[in-house]
Design a protein around this ligand. Structure first.
Ligand code: MG
Length: 352
């Protein structure tokens, strides 16, 4: 893929072509081809289950194949995706040739291009497994801006945005209508600086907001170091993180960072596009006094993960910084550079 680095400098629009990305590795997503196609969501049923066994009366079975490191995976089995279903089994598996293999007691599973098959047990009863790879997607993928909306990014330019410190945008505009974080950490010695968080030039209070994003496969990285970014309204962060297969904690995808965990973990696997649809209501003041806190409803991939949630304090990593009072002014919407190359597309906002 050819990448265009676009720099706005003193009113000049400079555009030059580079073979591939600047500074942070030759590929956006760094993983073997087999890894790319085998990880992700699987759906199907138990079969040959003993009469009246748990699997017999609850035949539906879902699995997640989660990339941990090069050739190393985590397999997680539940009755349903996106719900807080109990985990039947969770364990480590290895890439062997072009298939992923799990062997652990009653659990004996292979993941190949044609699906996930084998045997597993619940409550000591063994049954057969046959699941197909699915992409769960999102009902709001590709949502068109409604009448009166402001298009913040439609793939043509990044003109609605600037860096948090007022610098012209140095994130990467890709040929296929996508922008990508060009991390500050990967461009340490650049002068003038490259990377850093970005914000809208316009300022907002109450909004409805749509955005599509995806994170790369980053073997060997984990936790907050993997697929981390964030979407901020008046300084409050709806977290972006590669949270595929994680527990859905207060610092993971769909969380209001360090305040409210998502109701369910609706995170999709790396490389799959995801949607954030958000309704944000600014805090209300009367004669300079805070009357009502901000509220937010967050739909991740069409699933409500925050429902009219009251925002009780500032977003801050340090506990002491969370006591800062909420803002009483329109502010830019911003996107975080947390050193991971998250991609974004189709961003629009409607003022309410
Ligand atoms: Mg973040």
């Amino acid at each position: 893929m050819t990448i265009r680095i676009v720099t706005l400098f003193a009113g000049l629009f400079l555009s030059h072509s580079l073979a591939v990305g600047a500074g942070s590795g030759p590929e956006w997503t760094d993983v073997a081809e087999a890894d790319k196609t085998l990880m992700g969501d699987y759906v199907g049923e138990w079969s040959n289950a003993p009469d009246k066994s748990y699997q017999d009366i609850n035949p539906r079975l879902c699995a997640q194949v989660i990339n941990v490191d090069k050739g190393k995976y985590h397999l997680k089995f539940t009755q349903d995706h996106n719900l807080r279903a109990e985990v039947y089994y969770s364990g480590e598996a290895r890439l062997k040739g072009d298939e992923i293999v799990l062997k652990d007691g009653d659990w004996n599973v292979r993941v190949t291009q044609s699906g996930l098959t084998g045997k597993g047990s619940v409550g000591g009863k063994v049954a057969n497994i046959s699941l197909k790879r699915v992409q769960l997607g999102s009902p709001t993928m590709g949502a068109k801006p409604p009448k009166g909306a402001i298009v913040l990014f439609d793939g043509k330019d990044i003109d609605e945005w600037e860096h948090d410190d007022g610098r012209a945008i140095t994130w990467t505009l890709l040929d296929d209508g996508v922008m990508e974080i060009n991390p500050k950490a990967a461009n340490k010695d650049a002068n003038p600086p490259i990377g850093g968080g970005i914000q809208t030039k316009r300022k907002f209070k109450d909004v409805r907001y749509h955005m599509e994003f995806r994170y790369p496969v980053e073997p060997g990285k984990s936790g907050q170091g993997r697929g981390n970014s964030g979407l901020f309204f008046q300084g409050y962060e709806a977290q972006i993180l590669n949270s595929y297969g994680l527990d859905g904690l207060w610092n993971e995808l769909g969380a209001l960072y360090k305040m409210s965990p998502p109701k369910v973990n609706a995170a999709r696997p790396p490389m799959e596009w995801q949607t954030y649809d958000i309704n944000y209501t600014a805090p209300k003041y009367e004669k300079g006094k805070l009357k009502e806190n901000a509220r937010i409803t967050v739909r991740l991939n069409g699933i409500v993960v925050q429902k009219n949630e009251e925002i009780r304090h500032q977003t801050a990593h340090r506990q002491a910084d969370r006591a800062i009072p909420p803002p009483d002014k329109a502010m830019p919407i911003s996107l975080q550079d947390h050193s991971n190359r998250i991609q974004f597309r189709n961003i629009w906002v409607k003022e309410l």
